[in-house]
Design a protein around this ligand. Sequence first.
Ligand SMILES: [Zn+2]
Length: 152
Amino acid sequence: MGEPGIRLSPKHGVNPAVPKCFYCQEDKNEVILAGRIGRDDLEAPHGAVWDYEPCDKCQELMEQGIILISVDEKKTDDERNPFRTGGWIVIKEEAFRRLPIKPQELVEDVCKKRMTFIPDEVWKLMGLPLSDYQKEQEKKDEDAAVDSGPTT
Ligand SMILES: [Zn+2]
C-alpha cells in the first residue's frame, strides 16, 4: 500500500479539475485531483494549464512533426507563456530543418522539444497561413500606417 497521493480538501474533497493542454489549449482527456491547495483551501481552477505535458492529440502531432505557434512578443509578459495570436500548424521535421534558422543549437533544441513559438513578423516572412486574429491585426497595422502617414 502506497501513501495516498493527495491531501483531501475539507471543502472540495479530491478537488478535481480538467486541465488544459499547454500547446493547443483544449481540455485534456484527464482529470487532475488537486486535493487541498494552499492554506486557503482553494477550489482547483478549471480550464487552467497545469503542466507542459502535451495532450494525446498534441503528443501524436509531435511524433509526426513540430508544432509552430504564432505569438506577439510585444504583448507578451510571461516568456514561458507568450501572447498567442492564433497561428497554429504542424510541419515535418525535415521541412523545419530547411528553414533559415540560426543558430543550429536552436534548431536542435526545437526538434527535441517538438514545438516552438514564432513571432508574428517571422510567421509572415515564412509565409505561413494566417489566423483570423493575425489577419485582423495586419489590417489594423495597415490602417494605422495610412493614418499616420505623411500628408502631402
Ligand atoms: Zn494539445
